[in-house]
Design a protein around this ligand. Structure first.
Ligand SMILES: [Cu+2]
Length: 158
């Protein structure tokens, strides 16, 4: 019974937001600091959408090319690939983290130092096809600060 009530509330919330720009909460946004000559890095964060939303594009002034990537085990090899969109189901927190989804910043215009604040713009698309942008400020953390450890982005060639 409780579940039905929650579902009803969620659908009410969803319809209330249908005409408004997508409302997405961002938590704990960070980018991995780079070492000299490193041309790519990843941005990570937690995203919670009020209504079904998709991240369809991303950009950042520090990078020439920005893509949404997915990382997954393929046989015994960790591989990453660009995905056309990242789904944010209503009310569910989607975590972008090392070893999973991430915003890939490529063709970097300069090094990213720990403590730098990196602006990342996400283009969101609601169920109705309406697009809006979300400005994210991601703080650079030193290389190797990942709680998961081990996975380093710089090792991946694009
Ligand atoms: Cu990547």
């Amino acid at each position: 019974m409780k579940k039905i009530i929650i579902a009803t509330l969620l659908s009410l919330t969803a319809s209330a937001w249908a005409q408004a720009p997508a409302n997405v909460e961002v938590k704990d946004a960070w980018v991995r600091a780079t070492v000299a000559q490193q041309k790519a890095t990843g941005a990570f964060m937690q995203l919670t959408a009020q209504a079904d939303t998709r991240v369809v594009q991303a950009s950042s002034p520090i990078a020439g090319v920005v893509e949404i990537h997915e990382m997954a085990m393929d046989k015994d090899v960790m591989k990453m690939r660009a995905v056309p969109a990242l789904a944010l189901p209503a009310g569910k927190t989607v975590e972008l983290k090392p070893g999973g989804y991430h915003v890939m910043l490529m063709d970097l215009k300069g090094p990213v130092k720990a403590g730098d604040v990196v602006p990342v713009t996400l283009v969101l698309e609601g169920k109705d096809g309406q697009r809006s942008t979300l400005e994210v400020k991601a703080t650079a953390r030193p290389l190797g600060s990942s709680p998961a450890g081990g996975m380093t982005h710089g090792a991946h060639k694009h």
